[in-house]
Design a protein around this ligand. Structure first.
Ligand code: ADP
Ligand code: MG
Length: 324
């Protein structure tokens, strides 16, 4: 950070206060008072989530500020997507080493690019000094009783995943190896993940359980299965969707990236077998592919099966405990 220094209130006014947010749907009073006033739509529940990103932990310290802005909102919108919620408002708590208007303007550019495409108004926040960290709170809504949850999967349900997980892990490996090409598909996935908000909304009433994939597909699927009553799953390795950027990998490293790689922000969800067509149609309507990758089983194991039906042990430590 080496740009123009500026006072806290000027920074908030110039970089983060916009007329369009003050008059967005559901915002009665936005930035400028001690707190915001929000009006949820009649018959809806508020869906609220918060996530912190710390420089050097959740993103490489040399990530461009516009990409940090995008990602800090994306990881939060992904949690709303997993709940099937429609985004309404967000709150941005920024801790900055210096008050740097140029850095904040770039951060805001990335942040608002995603906020505007998701219909999410910035309604408040907090600005403090310290090591770079960003905490975003998102508020969405869903018709009462219809938000998606982790609990709800049943034995026999199909296990589905959106998009092509595994690319962000490859992007991180490339970034750590010195590649800074933002046009590289894997690096773009790392820097600017696409939260699957439209898919989450379309899955209300179809999915029996849902989670976003932030820590790795097998680990996150495990959360759904445990929340749903110690269920298991058979994963069909041949059905895992493979991104073009992962085409050159050996099967072993592909499975490793797709099953255990983090930071993809795809949705992993379960649907009754009878809702297969509806799940595929929900993906089509939302503009993202949906793949069926397995089935929920009544016992508590997750087994990965190759094309011949043989159990393939998975080796990476983070999902070792899922192997039988
Ligand atoms: P207070 O001292 O009463 O907590 P602040 O001085 O922190 O209020 O903030 C003044 C106004 O600016 C509040 O409406 C707050 O929500 C908003 N705000 C502060 N920082 C940010 C930020 N980084 N992004 C958006 N709004 C912010
Ligand atoms: Mg106050």
């Amino acid at each position: 950070m080496t740009g123009t220094a500026i006072g806290e209130f000027d920074l908030i006014r110039r970089c983060f206060t916009r007329a369009r947010d003050a008059s967005a749907p559901g915002i009665v009073l936005g930035i400028g008072d001690d707190a915001a006033l929000l009006a949820p739509a009649p018959g809806c529940e508020c869906v609220v989530s918060v996530d912190t990103l710390v420089a050097g932990v959740h993103f490489p310290a040399d990530t461009p500020p516009a990409d940090i802005g995008w990602k800090s909102l994306a990881v939060n919108l992904s949690d709303l997507a997993a709940m099937g919620a429609t985004p309404r408002a967000c709150f941005l708590a920024l801790t900055l080493p210096q008050s740097d208007e140029d850095w904040c303007a770039e951060f805001a550019r990335g942040f608002f690019a995603l906020a505007d495409s998701a219909g999410c108004a910035l309604a408040g926040g907090d600005t403090t000094s310290g090591s770079l960290s960003i905490t975003v709170t998102v508020i969405g809504e869903a018709p009462a009783g219809r938000a998606l949850r982790r609990a709800g999967a049943r034995a026999g349900d199909l296990v589905c995943v959106s998009g092509t997980p595994g690319e962000a892990a490859l992007g991180l490996a490339r970034w750590q190896a010195g590649n800074r090409d933002a046009h590289d598909a894997a690096i773009a996935r790392l820097l600017r993940p696409s939260p699957r908000v439209a898919l989450g909304e379309a899955l209300r009433g179809i999915a029996t359980a849902c989670i976003d994939v932030s820590d790795g597909l097998l680990g996150d699927l495990g959360h759904v299965l445990r929340a749903s009553g110690n269920l298991g799953a058979d994963i069909d390795l041949a059905a895992l969707p493979r991104a073009a950027s992962l085409a050159a990998l050996s099967d072993d490293s592909f499975f490793d990236q797709v099953l255990a790689g983090g930071d993809d922000y795809e949705l992993c969800f379960t649907v009754p077998a009878a809702a297969y067509e509806q799940a595929i149609a929900a993906g089509k309507a939302a503009g993202v592919a949906v793949s069926v990758i397995g089935r929920v089983t009544p016992d508590g194991d997750v087994r990965c099966l190759d094309a011949g039906g043989n159990i393939r042990p998975v080796t990476r430590h983070s999902w070792e405990h899922f192997t039988p």
